[in-house]
Design a protein around this ligand. Structure first.
Ligand code: ZN
Length: 209
């Protein structure tokens, strides 16, 4: 785990609470939920971390061939259940090369998904309009996702699952076609599936890059 918590929006280190100011602060974004990053992960670490979350920890399950979990971010006061999570995954892109996927679950107003998506506002509410462009399956149900315009180097989808925002951010932008494949998501708080592999850290683990 990286010891210095960072801002969910920009990824810069945040100032811890003091006796006079009992909140975490980013010099740009003000009061924020501090984000801790786990670049090195394995099954034992995930086992001990997963019950600390108040929101889902989404992974692809079944995992596509040769894909691995490559990092974790959790936002919130360290003494309370996490209010946002991001699980990184890396694997072969459908059209060649490697793809990176960040699956974010968050409470309203956290801004972690927005940080990975490189959007200016913290919440995607106004962006969900018209017919959805993709979907994932959760607990046997199709969960619609809407495409969100952002930087050309990534592709962003957002929807809602289990009462929380669900973001899927993919690099490079062409890797968005992955979401046309009717992927299935599992919340690791339920269990860690046997076929889940862990790999070296994703270069996109820190939000705001
Ligand atoms: Zn910030």
């Amino acid at each position: 785990m990286n010891d210095s918590p960072c801002c969910p929006r920009c990824g810069l280190n945040v100032k811890p609470p003091t006796v006079h100011d009992q909140v975490w602060r980013c010099s740009t974004h003000g009061v924020v939920a501090p984000v801790r990053l786990w670049a090195a992960l394995d099954r034992d670490a995930m086992e001990s971390i997963r019950q600390r979350s108040g929101v889902p920890l989404w992974v692809l399950s079944p995992s596509p061939p040769e894909w691995a979990v490559t990092g974790l971010a959790m936002a919130g006061d360290p003494d309370r259940p996490a209010q946002a999570t991001a699980v990184a995954a890396t694997g072969p892109a459908p059209l060649g090369g490697m793809a990176e996927l960040m699956l974010v679950a968050e409470e309203l107003g956290t801004g972690l998904g927005s940080g990975y998506a490189a959007l200016t506002g913290p919440d995607p509410g106004g962006l969900l309009a018209g017919a959805p462009q993709a979907s994932v399956r959760i607990d046997g149900h199709a969960t619609p996702l809407w495409s969100v315009p952002t930087n050309a180097d990534r592709c962003v989808f957002v929807g809602e699952a289990l009462g929380r925002w669900l973001w899927a951010v993919l690099w490079p932008a062409e890797a968005g076609v992955l979401l046309l494949e009717d992927l299935v998501l599992l919340d690791l708080r339920e269990h860690i599936p046997g076929g889940l592999h862990f790999g070296p850290p994703s270069p996109y683990l820190r939000p705001g890059l």
